[in-house]
Design a protein around this ligand. Structure first.
Ligand code: A3P
Ligand code: MG
Ligand code: MG
Length: 366
């Protein structure tokens, strides 16, 4: 427990909970933008990649020594997302963000999958500003250093995830092809490059504005953004050879499902590789059918169901909004004249934190 003056505790729901969860509204796109190879941002779809199946037998170790990795010591906060929203508001002349949660899709994935997370806790910062609550990871240097150390032991597996992306995609403007490029290689890995989609959605009565990376689209190279319904998420997994490995994969499908469901990505393409990094097979999953697929797996207890996840997500966000947003509706949804500074100014932003303690629940504190 924190030593702060005010705190509220929300226990995890029972995993046996079967009451209907709050609905998740189908996401719609507000905006897109593209991180370039040098990490700068362009407000266009220049980093959108087109899907084409990776060749079975390709070597996911390819290009490891030529990779460029994003500098993760730079904390970008919510900058890209806020930039995109500012631009939308300038162009449309209306506020996009009133009255809800604004964050990265990855934050909502963490909150949503927490009921089934036994090991990794987390802490997030929530800032109320201009009628909305901005949520980001609270990532102190010591926590970040520890995570990066852990990640470095997985560097090779991580690389194979990106390499599968390269073998599964092509860009409109291909990189200069090199003679030693193997068949299907889409270009050397540069993790600065990302294509982000900003969507509006809601969980129950709580509005959400989420930004997240989309791996690629299923469309003819050269076509403009074909809509969320053509977006594809790419994943890798070790080939499954026994029941235990199958069970672990089914557990992992919770995170894959949540990540894609939240942004409205309908398809997840999983590449299965062997221990030496050779792609052995691949399989497409329809995001919306994954919970039914998991429920249909013969087992005494399914590894997860979406109900507790959606209940917990709604409960956490409701807790955050209830305690952080001003209760006066005028302050919660300030009229445009106040927003423009023509009337008395808004109260200063307030900041709270909330943390997740595995197997227990969520604590919110000032
Ligand atoms: P896999 O997806 O095959 O695991 P994403 O799947 O979200 O598009 O991310 C692409 C790749 O980045 C992942 O490949 C994985 O290698 C790496 N990655 C993503 N999130 C990560 C995390 N939290 N820790 C370590 N690696 C991660
Ligand atoms: Mg990705
Ligand atoms: Mg991916």
């Amino acid at each position: 427990m924190s030593s702060s003056k005010t705190s509220h505790f929300l226990p995890l729901p029972p995993l046996s909970l079967r009451t209907p969860p709050p609905p998740y509204r189908r996401p719609t796109i507000i905006s897109t933008y593209s991180h370039q190879p040098d990490r700068s941002i362009r407000h266009d779809d220049s980093s959108m990649a087109y899907y084409r199946p990776a060749p079975i037998g390709c070597d996911l170790n390819h290009g490891f020594d030529r990779r460029t990795e994003r500098n993760e010591s730079v904390d970008e906060h919510l900058d890209g997302l806020c930039d995109a929203l500012r631009k939308v508001e300038e162009e449309s002349g209306k506020g996009e963000r009133k009255g809800g949660i604004i964050t990265w899709r990855g934050m909502i994935t963490r909150i949503m999958t927490a009921p089934y997370e036994d090991r990794e806790g987390w802490e997030m910062t929530a800032i109320a500003l201009d009628g909305s609550v901005y949520v980001e990871l609270h990532d102190p240097p010591d926590v970040r250093a520890k995570r990066r150390k852990q990640q470095s032991t997985w560097a090779w597996q991580t690389y194979m995830g990106y390499s599968f992306e390269s073998f599964s995609t092509q860009f409109l403007v291909p990189e200069q092809e090199n003679e030693d490029w193997p068949t299907g290689w889409g270009g050397d890995v540069n993790t600065n490059v990302q294509w982000c989609n900003v969507v509006r959605s809601a969980i129950g009565d709580i509005p959400l504005c989420l930004g997240g990376e989309v791996d690629c689209v299923r469309a003819e190279p050269g076509t403009p953004h074909p809509g969320l319904e053509k977006c594809v998420e790419l994943k890798t997994n070790r080939v499954i050879e026994n029941e235990k490995q199958e069970f672990i994969f089914h557990k992992k499908l919770l995170k894959h499902w949540a990540q894609s469901w939240l942004l409205g990505i309908p398809e997840i393409e999983v590449g299965f590789r062997d221990d030496s990094g050779i792609l052995r097979n691949q399989r497409a999953f329809e995001t919306e059918k994954i919970p039914r697929f998991i429920a249909s797996v013969p087992s005494a207890h399914p590894p997860w169901t979406p109900g507790p996840c959606l209940h917990f997500l709604h409960a956490v966000l409701n807790l955050v909004l209830t305690h952080i947003l001003p209760t006066d509706p005028c302050l919660r949804y300030p009229p445009d004249s106040i927003r423009r500074g023509e009337q008395s100014p808004l109260p200063p932003a307030t900041m709270w934190r909330f943390s997740f303690i595995p197997r227990r629940g969520c604590e919110l504190y000032e």
